[in-house]
Design a protein around this ligand. Structure first.
Ligand code: ATP
Ligand code: MG
Length: 265
């Protein structure tokens, strides 16, 4: 069954989209079947996957409004062997249109249900806001991955996000877990980054991924070619870090499955 992860942080520019695109490509490189859902009207994950947002006829917008299924609206990433449910500016209007509709927070969840056996991973790139679009991502997901930069205000923003996740769990999606916190754009020479990183580990322990994503120019360049960094510079530190993250996630899944098997016997 597909593992559904929402990549979320209401703070802008922390590396959500870079993580979603490069993790999708890294999991696909490990022969996993991956669907990337772009829930952000900025459509950076769509463009970063080599898909022209202005030429998209059906998008996540139509899926949320019940005008298309994901199977009808998805397209293949230009490179990287994963599928994309794309987005464009139209999605900005969906926020308002959704308010009127029944089950407005769970519309994505309903549509994803049909795909549970088709994919191994469904990664949902959320916009930088705790809005109705992000709520659709959180309701559809099994877990949340939180990319964050290790800087002074990061921890403050994190407590808002953790509260939101708690509320979603209480009212809308009891199964929702925090999958992990991912340190992005990390510069080990920066002593503040080191301190914040240490605090994160103290507070969240095992929930902090061991893999750290370094600041790496190849990761920033790749979207301008419409490819994940793996197809821009496979040897770069950024590419290698996302491959390691995929490995860490796959190992975690494998040991969780083993544990389940053990408990059911
Ligand atoms: P938004 O909140 O606007 O959706 P985001 O959280 O999705 O932003 P990204 O778009 O992934 O963040 O990253 C913000 C900027 O930082 C982009 O220009 C991206 O190319 C760059 N960037 C992300 N991660 C790295 C990295 N590890 N090294 C260097 N640049 C990076
Ligand atoms: Mg983004």
């Amino acid at each position: 069954m597909a593992k559904i992860m929402a990549i979320t942080n209401q703070k802008g520019g922390v590396g959500k989209t870079t993580t979603t695109v490069n993790l999708a490509a890294s999991l696909a490189a490990a022969k996993k079947r991956v669907l990337l859902i772009d829930l952000d009207p900025q459509a950076n994950a769509t463009m970063g996957s080599g898909i022209d947002k202005s030429s998209l006829k059906t998008s996540v917008y139509h899926v949320l409004l019940g005008e298309a299924t994901i199977a009808e609206a998805k397209v293949a990433a230009e490179k990287g062997n994963y599928d994309v449910l794309g987005s464009n500016r139209e999605l900005a209007g969906a926020e308002i249109e959704l308010i009127e509709l029944e089950g407005r927070e769970t519309r994505l969840k309903k549509e994803i249900a049909a795909l549970a056996e088709i994919y191994d991973f469904i990664l949902v790139d959320c916009p930088p806001a705790l809005n109705l679009l992000t709520l659709n991502g959180l309701c559809a997901a099994h877990s949340v991955m939180i990319p964050m930069q290790c800087e002074y205000y990061a921890l403050e923003g994190l407590s808002d996000l953790v509260n939101t996740i708690r509320k979603v769990r209480e009212h809308l999606n009891p199964q929702l877990e925090i999958e992990g916190l991912l340190r992005t754009m990390f510069d080990p020479r920066n002593s503040l980054a080191q301190q914040v990183s240490a605090q994160l580990q103290q507070h969240f322990g095992e929930k902090v991924y061991r893999t750290v994503i370094p600041r790496n120019v190849r990761l920033a360049e790749a979207p301008s070619y419409g490819v994940p960094a793996l197809y821009h510079d496979a040897q770069s530190k950024g590419t290698q870090a996302y491959l390691a993250l995929a490995g860490e996630i796959l190992n975690k899944e494998a040991s969780a499955n083993k544990q389940n098997l053990f408990e059911s016997n």
